[in-house]
Design a protein around this ligand. Sequence first.
Ligand SMILES: NC(=O)c1ccc[n+]([C@@H]2O[C@H](COP(=O)([O-])OP(=O)(O)OC[C@H]3O[C@@H](n4cnc5c(N)ncnc54)[C@H](O)[C@@H]3O)[C@@H](O)[C@H]2O)c1
Length: 256
Amino acid sequence: MTRSALLITGAGSGIGRAVACAAARDGWYVHATDIDHAAAAETLDRVRQRGGHGTSHGLDVTDAAAVAQTFSALDAASVPLRGLFTAAGIDSGGASHELDPAVWRRVLDVNATGTFLVVQQALEAMMHGGGSIVLCGSPAAQVGFAAGGVTAYGASKGAISSMTRTLAVDYARFGIRINAIVPGPTETPLMWANVPSADVERMRDQVAREVPLGRMAQPEEIAESVLWLLSDRASYTTGSLIGCDGGVLAKSSISV
Ligand SMILES: NC(=O)c1ccc[n+]([C@@H]2O[C@H](COP(=O)([O-])OP(=O)(O)OC[C@H]3O[C@@H](n4cnc5c(N)ncnc54)[C@H](O)[C@@H]3O)[C@@H](O)[C@H]2O)c1
C-alpha cells in the first residue's frame, strides 16, 4: 500500500496535535509543523509512540518563503502529500473602537493569510494526484460571541469560510477536496488565551452551561471529524463547513 502524507500546521498543541495523533493511528505519514518547533517535535514523538511515522518542522505560516521551503523539503517522491490540515491560529482582540490596528493585522495575517500561503503550496503538490484539505473555521465567522471582542478573529475565520467554498469550486477538477471544520469551544490553550487565569474555572463552567451538549469538546473529538474529512469516506464532500460544535450554532439565546 502506498502511504500518503498529511501536513499539519499548528501541530504543536490542541486540535493540531490531536489530529496528528489520530492521523498516525489511521496510517497517515505525518508532517507536524508549528511556529514552536520544539512543540511540533513533541507531537512527532507522540505520533511515533502510536507506531506512526513522519517529520517535524518549525514553521511560521506568515513567512511565505519559509512555507515554500518547508514544502520543497518534503520527500514527496516517496510519500506523496495527499492531506493538509491548517490548525495554526491565534485569537486576540478587544473592543473594536479601541483595537490596535497591529492586533487586527496580526490576527488576519496568521489565521487568514497564513492559511492561504500554506494552501497554495499544498494545491501545487496535489495537482497531479488529488488530495483533501481541511481548514479550521469557527462559529465566530457566523455569529457574534456573547463575550464580545472577537471582530478580528471572526473576520479571519470569515475568510476561511469563503476560501473553503471558492477553493473547492476551483480545484474540484483536480481531484482536490477542500472543506473546513468548525469546532465549538474546545479545551485548548487558545480557548483561554484572553481570559485571566483566575477566571478560567468560572468561564469553563459558564461555557459548558451555554453549549447544548453541556460541556466543552476535547481536541480528540474535533480530530475525528477532521480525519473523516481527510479520508476517502468523505469522497463526495467538498466546499462544506462541517460543524463539530456541541450544538452551539443551532442555538438561539431567546428563551421565551
Ligand atoms: N479551541 C477552540 O475552542 C477553537 C474553536 C474554534 C476554532 N478553533 C481553531 O482551531 C485551530 C487550532 O486552535 P487550538 O484551539 O488547537 O489552539 P492552540 O493554541 O492549542 O494551537 C494553535 C497552534 O498554532 C500555533 N501557531 C500560532 N501562530 C502560528 C504561526 N504564525 N505559524 C505556525 N503556527 C502557529 C501555536 O504555536 C499552537 O501550537 C485554530 O485555527 C483556532 O482558531 C479553536
